[in-house]
Write a protein that binds this ligand. Sequence first.
Ligand SMILES: CC(C)(COP(=O)(O)OP(=O)(O)OC[C@H]1O[C@@H](n2cnc3c(N)ncnc32)[C@H](O)[C@@H]1OP(=O)(O)O)[C@@H](O)C(=O)NCCC(=O)NCCS
Length: 170
Amino acid sequence: MHPELVLFDEDLRGPVVRFLTDQVTGDEAKAHDHLADHASGGGSSFVAVQDEVVGIVTVRWRSNNPALGGIPLVHQISVAAEHRGDGIATRLMDAAENLARAKGHPRIGITVGLFAEYGPAQRMYARRGYVPDGRGVCRGATPVREGETVTVDHGLLLWLIKDLDVPGDT
Ligand SMILES: CC(C)(COP(=O)(O)OP(=O)(O)OC[C@H]1O[C@@H](n2cnc3c(N)ncnc32)[C@H](O)[C@@H]1OP(=O)(O)O)[C@@H](O)C(=O)NCCC(=O)NCCS
């Protein structure tokens, strides 16, 4: 049985916040933060549902990172551990990119961490055509300098961008 993909609406807030809290944030307030811009139209999510929420992709339509020039950002993609490897993230990413195309966005960004926990995501983004933005490794939004000593944790990132091949884009 394949999970159904649905666009987030407020009826789903309870189960989505539970999923985000359990799988991603560990904290209910931070889970609500992922959805904070949805009511104003500043963000959208697709949710994979199979009896319960089993995956989510969340898009912020204007990235907070000035270096990205305000393009949309996939700011969360997560699939429940017991449902991984079944193509759910692929379907969620397809849905998010298609919605971005339909809204006329020529590019979309994403971030990825550097250690093994992010291995599946690193491979998925590369296979889908996400390319590093050229600023190298960043601590959050700020590039790390040559010679700097850093801790490899969830805040040490590469920023990646995909061209969405929107008709009329040069
Ligand atoms: C990354 C994640 C969302 C992938 O979800 P998924 O539903 O298992 O992914 P899919 O089955 O659609 O596979 C998509 C691609 O991911 C990569 N991938 C998935 N599982 C992988 C694994 N165990 N090892 C290596 N690559 C893997 C592959 O490139 C795969 O495509 P392919 O099968 O054509 O090679 C999931 O592993 C996850 O939730 N991880 C924890 C959260 C996370 O890291 N999120 C990203 C934050 S940047």
